[in-house]
Design a protein around this ligand. Structure first.
Ligand SMILES: NC(=O)c1ccc[n+]([C@@H]2O[C@H](COP(=O)([O-])OP(=O)(O)OC[C@H]3O[C@@H](n4cnc5c(N)ncnc54)[C@H](O)[C@@H]3O)[C@@H](O)[C@H]2O)c1
Length: 187
């Protein structure tokens, strides 16, 4: 299949499990990839690029922390300059930590997850949406935990519900521009 032929997709958290899988799958469908992740994951990010390139597609990698708007702006601009366009944003980067009873978490634990998994996704869209081509798509990764509660991951479950609201609002805001906004909810 070649449903993404001649498109470019941006994926955050691209060095890791599902981020790398999103890159590979989009490339198998014909997309070139802008793959972003943090410095500490540089070796794994290079492996993602190798896997994308085995499909015959291009992969531009970039180091950016989704908590840092300036680093996201720069990495997205570099990727779009290198590949010439942008059609899909996959805001995927996230951590799964800070488990336990919600009322026993520290401020720091709560904020760590919210900063990466919620604010980071907003930063990702903010950095890239202006570059989207007509018909482009924004996908924010939520979860089945964006539908129901989870026993042990209060900040992440809260943010997975929150990004559904963010994506629904963005869908209203993107629609008049001929763009789409959705969440993905892996189980
Ligand atoms: N694995 C699951 O079962 C599951 C289920 C539902 C939803 N999700 C969601 O899918 C997404 C990916 O999950 P995964 O299981 O592949 O995670 P993972 O831990 O395998 O990969 C996450 C990636 O995000 C990167 N990352 C972490 N902090 C970052 C930061 N500050 N800036 C940029 N990149 C950062 C990591 O380096 C890593 O490459 C997450 O948003 C997660 O909440 C995962």
């Amino acid at each position: 299949m070649n449903r993404m032929h001649n498109t470019v997709a941006l994926v955050t958290g691209a060095a890791g499990g599902m981020g790398r899988a999103h890159c590979r799958r989009l490339a198998e469908e014909g997309a070139d990839i802008i793959a972003l992740d943090i410095e500490a994951a540089a070796a794994e990010l290079a492996e993602t690029a190798r896997e994308v390139e085995t499909t015959g597609r291009l992969c531009v990698t970039g180091v950016a922390d989704v908590r840092d708007q300036a680093s996201m702006d720069a990495a997205v601009a570099d990727g779009v300059a290198a590949l010439g366009r942008l059609d899909v944003i996959v805001a995927n980067a996230g951590i799964y930590s800070d488990l336990g009873l919600s009322w026993e978490l520290s401020d720091q634990a709560w904020q760590r997850t919210i900063d990466i998994n919620l604010t980071g996704m907003w930063h990702t869209v903010r950095a890239a949406v202006a570059a989207l081509s007509d018909g482009g798509s924004v996908v924010i990764v939520s979860s089945t935990n964006g539908i129901v509660g989870a026993a042990a991951a209060a900040p992440d479950t809260a943010r997975k519900h929150a990004v559904v609201g963010l994506a629904r609002t963005q869908a209203h805001q993107l629609g008049p521009r001929g763009l789409r906004g959705n969440t993905g909810r892996p189980g």
